[in-house]
Structure formats: C-alpha cells, structure tokens
Design a protein around this ligand. Sequence first.
Ligand SMILES: [Zn+2]
Length: 360
Amino acid sequence: MRFIRSIYLRDEPEAVLLGTVPFGKELTILITHDIDYRHSVPNAVAYAELENQYGIRATYFLQTKYVNDYNDKVFFDPARTTYINSLVKLGMEIGSHSVAHSRQFSRFPTGTGHEAYPGYRPFVTNKKKTSGGSILGELRVSKFLIEQCTDADSVVSFRPGVLSNPFSLPQALEATGYRFSSSVTANKSLTHLPFRLSWGRLGRSETRIFEFPVTIEDEKAPPMDQRLGQALELAEKIASYGGLYNVLIHPNVLEEKMKFLNGFLKEWKDRAWFGTVQDFGHWWAVRSATQMTSKVRGRHRILTLGLPGTIRGLTLTVPEPWKLITAEPETTSVKQTGNTIVIEKAQDTIKIIFQAAEKT
Ligand SMILES: [Zn+2]
C-alpha cells in the first residue's frame, strides 16, 4: 500500500489520498487488554479508569472461563461480571479472548457450529494438551456468554490466547458473527496497518474480517515501564506514515504496566487518535470501500465520495494549493488544515469543491 502510494504521488501532480488515521491525526493507537487470569478481572477496572481519565476507549478481550483446568480456576462468574459491566459503563469494548485459552487452539478441529454452553467443555490438561475444544466452539460460546451475561453490546472483536492462530480463523470468525481480529503481531505480518483476512489465510478470496496486528506487548523483558522510551520511538516511526499502533497490556499486574500506559498516553494524547478495535474497525471498513472521483471544472476541483456507510473523521490529503470552497450536502462539516481535509461525519454521497491555484 505504501509502495503504490509513493508511485501515485510521484506521477500524479493532483494526487488526492484517503488518510489512514481518523480526524487527520498522526497515528492510530488501539489500547488492548487480554483478561485471561482471575486477578485481571478487577484489575481491568483500574486500567479502564485511567483510560477514561484520558477520554479514550480501549478494548478488553475477555476469556469466558467457566471450566477449572491447568490454566486457572473459573473466573467468568456472576460475581465478576460486575467488573465487566464497569468496563462497559466506562465506554470500553468487550471482545472475546476465547473460552479455553489453549495453546493448541490453532490445531483445534473446526467443530460443528452447534457448540453451546454448558455442554461445550474444553479442558486444558497442560501446556501441550487440550481436549474437547473446537474453533467454532471457542468463538460461538465466548461471544454468546459475553452478550448474554454482561452489559456489553454485540461482540465483534476476537483475539486468541497466546495468538494461536488457526488457518481457518478468518472464515470461522465470519461464520460466527465477528468482524475484527487481533491475532498476529505486526512483526509477523510485516505491516503496521490493518489488513483484510482471506479465506484460509491463502490470499485468494477475501472475507469480511479485518486484522489489527499487535505492535507491542507487555510480556517481553524488561518490565514495561523500562521500555517506554523505546515504545515512544517506535510510535514516532509508525506515525511518519499514519500507521496503526496496537498496544497489548495484560491487566494481571498494575504497577509498572500502569506507569507505562500513563506515560504513553500522556505523550500521545493530543497527536494520536484513540479508539476501540471495533471503532477503528468500522472506520477502516468504510474507508476501505470508499470510492472517490476527482473532476476538473476550470479552476475548480470537485471530489465526489461514495461511502458505503457512516464514517466520522474521514481524512483526505489534497494538493497543497487546493483551497476548500464548499461541500454538499450543506450539512456536511468539512475542515481544511494545510493540505489535510477532515470530514466530521459523512455518509452516502458527498461532494467537496476546491479552488485550485490559478495558472501563472
Ligand atoms: Zn491471553
């Protein structure tokens, strides 16, 4: 994508680009948390409160653990759903982090698509063995339980335990009503931008599922607060081309990870756009299917955008001399800062009219 962009910019003097970050910000930051341990459930609320103080929304991938096994005791129970409801109240997204959190998830059988609670009982014996699990079961049952037992809206985002990623995950996510996945690292997928997943991850036919790769994670040494400088440096690099920065923090401990998060948010709160996987996912899906045509009418340039859905903060980059005149329909709020155009809210078809520089 960045390669094609550079050719287009080189050869087209009046190039118009769709931005990759909402509201013309420099960087998209997704703060994501995996709740896969008993004590992480109450701890998650402390993270959500911090995020709420910064006015941002984050995504919490929740393991719906209702079987005692090698990994942990049950922690998806009525007492703890109160904490999950607190996250929802603070504006956070609840995604699924599977039922079993098995290291063998990528090798699970597909399943029947009829798996249901409480009959579905995956059991983790140890790091090397899990019985009774299926890919569809992990997706279906966790989504069902979160939607039925908590105040969360429909669950559309998924992250597997230990990023164990089956080849059939894209179509399995599609079949079970998900839209967004965060199942790989940016290093492995060689990109700091979202991408669309293909059937069987074979690169042939596209599914409706978008992937939002993980940029940095907390489990690596040294402790996270000692890696703040390094993390900020990477953010600058990715911001230079409007990329995505997906921070994974397990709320199993507070201290150094909270310190990291606070430092990170403080540094980027004004320059970055923050949202949940779902927020950004919907934005990216509409952006990806947006059609744009540009017409020359004397000194006017008319951009027509065809949008397949509603989008807030769609951003365009126009040639430097273009000056915004007006937009249609009249209710469309469009702002220009330099060569960046931000459309507050748009849907269906909109026209934006510019004045190009006079010929000299
Ligand atoms: Zn996990």
